[in-house]
Design a protein around this ligand. Sequence first.
Ligand code: RB5
Length: 153
Amino acid sequence: MSDDVIALASDHAGIALKTALADELKRLGHAVLDLGTDTSASVDYPDYGFRMAAALADGRATRGVLVCGTGIGISIAANRYAWVRAALCHDVTSARLCREHNDANVIAFGERLIGIEVAREALHVFLTTPFAGDRHARRVDKLGAPPQAPSVS
Ligand code: RB5
């Protein structure tokens, strides 16, 4: 595995934006892992969110980009796994804050909702903004170890 591989995954409703963002990542010199889908045939977005979680877990990728029609379903799917912090972003400010405050390792977009220029810029910011740490680190640690529901007060 290279040091920093960026995985991309989408359902059928996110292919055009996934392809454009993969091209952008390659243009910027990043190693890219495309987890599909590859055709316009209808697929189920959870399967692709789960693929992203698997790629991060087994070390094939260090960060990721998810796309579906809204970005909602595929980010929910990936976030079922404690090691995934997928942030659905519609603007550049969210892309910055999800890195600074949440140490997001995946950015998600809705192809039906965001323009390509905003998505490209948000991706740049996501990739270049460091985690702010400090008080945010304690909160991010808690995300990785949620209590069982009955003990939540
Ligand atoms: C597919 O039609 C659509 O439901 C999906 O891409 C996504 O928007 C779900 O959250």
